[in-house]
Design a protein around this ligand. Structure first.
Ligand code: NAD
Ligand code: ZN
Ligand code: ZN
Length: 351
């Protein structure tokens, strides 16, 4: 056995409880598995949802985390794309590559995968992680690329791009509004620019996030706690926006989207909602609105990797704080208190 039998990991112990524990290190259990030594990982808004108890499928004792980069420590006998020592990007979505959903590139619904890391099986906030279906769930790190930047490609960039920008059908010249300037909203802001929209309006209640959004290409920002966002947008556009991207996950922000979209426009819901929203179908049907929802598939990861390699996309700009593994609890505290700490994405390195 190449790796030691024990390791350190961030373990969930029921709502509100987590600790940096010594736990058994993962072992190969299927021939399609790989064991990856994590070099850099991060914390997602979804990890905070889990800690609030919003994702009851996560059991006491689960190692959290579904993002990261690392080095292959060991591969199962059926893994052919990777070998010990390879540097890899871990996708937040595990995919077998063979089932009906995988064949449609709908990896989020893989019959033997989907979002399982840090959810149904132990995740990446640990010294080592077991990655099932390694051939399809890992990507080689291209030579010379900033590995920290790639951590942003495990989840948030594909999420903002696929579920926000692509499902929202952003086109050249469009007026696009993004509600929520967290990492996912910022990922939508960065990747919407591939399509040259004429306006990118960013909406949030946090002024420091809005000023960061300006640096990332927002043409306008609106603090919705200080002004009537719907009235402002309707006054500044002919009849609303072409695309409204919801990246918060509460009824209030879904409502903003349905009140600012113009006839023929798209509402792309990205936010994870814990309760139902008041969908105004009696008003919107006659306006030919398209509404989309979705869980990230990460089928665009190879394309996004190319944009990072070529320098078109610089996701490292989303990183505001850096920690080492022994400061994991502190990293969580800073990320959970993002407004006060002026935090966007945190990186935790195993050095
Ligand atoms: P986040 O909590 O960091 O960001 C949310 C932002 O919304 C914050 O900047 C906050 O200030 C802002 N906000 C809160 N209330 C607001 C209001 N009333 N009006 C305007 N802005 C408001 O979260 P994130 O990590 O950026 O994720 C955003 C959403 O996307 C979450 O719901 C997350 O669970 C979801 N998500 C979905 C997928 C998917 O596959 N669909 C994947 C990952 C994350
Ligand atoms: Zn996530
Ligand atoms: Zn599958």
């Amino acid at each position: 056995m190449a790796i030691s039998s024990k390791m350190k990991a961030l373990v969930y112990h029921g709502p509100g409880k987590k600790s940096w524990d010594t736990v058994p290190a993962p072992q190969i259990s299927q021939p399609t598995d790989a064991i990856v030594k994590i070099t850099k990982t991060t914390v997602c808004g979804t990890d905070l949802h889990i800690l609030k108890g919003d994702v009851p499928a996560v059991e006491d004792g689960r190692v959290l985390g579904h993002e990261g980069v690392g080095i292959i420590e060991e591969v199962g006998s059926a893994v052919s794309n990777f070998k010990k020592g390879d540097h890899v990007l871990i996708s937040c979505i595990t995919s077998c590559g063979k089932c009906e959903y995988c064949k449609q590139q709908m990896y989020s619904h893989c019959e033997d995968g989907g979002w399982i890391l840090g959810h149904m099986i132990d995740g990446t906030q640990a010294e080592y992680v077991r990655i099932p279906h390694a051939d399809n769930s890992l990507y080689p790190v291209p030579a010379g690329v900033d590995e920290e930047a790639l951590v942003m490609l495990s989840d948030i960039l594909p999420t903002g791009f696929e579920i926000g920008v692509l499902y929202g059908n952003v086109k050249p010249g469009d007026i696009v509004a993004i509600v929520g300037a967290g990492p996912v909203g910022m990922a939508a802001l960065l990747t919407a620019q591939f399509f040259s929209p004429s306006e990118l309006i960013m909406i949030d209640v946090d002024d420091s996030r809005l000023s960061l959004a300006k640096k990332f290409g927002a043409t306008k920002t609106i603090n919705s706690s200080q002004s009537d966002v719907v009235a402002t947008i309707l006054a500044q556009t002919k009849d609303g926006v072409d695309v409204a991207i919801e990246a918060v996950g509460i009824p209030e922000t879904f409502d903003v989207c349905q009140n600012i979209v113009r006839p023929g426009g798209h509402i792309a819901n990205v936010g994870v909602h814990g309760k139902s929203v008041d969908f105004q179908i009696q008003k919107l049907w006659i306006q030919n609105i398209t509404l989309t929802t979705g869980l990230v598939n990460t089928n665009t990861t190879p394309m996004l990797l190319k944009t990072v390699v070529s320098g078109k996309l610089a996701p490292e700009n989303l990183i505001t704080h850096r920690f080492t593994f022994d400061q994991f609890i502190q990293a969580y505290e800073v990320f959970a208190d993002a407004a006060t700490e002026k935090a966007m994405k945190v990186i935790i390195s195993n050095t």
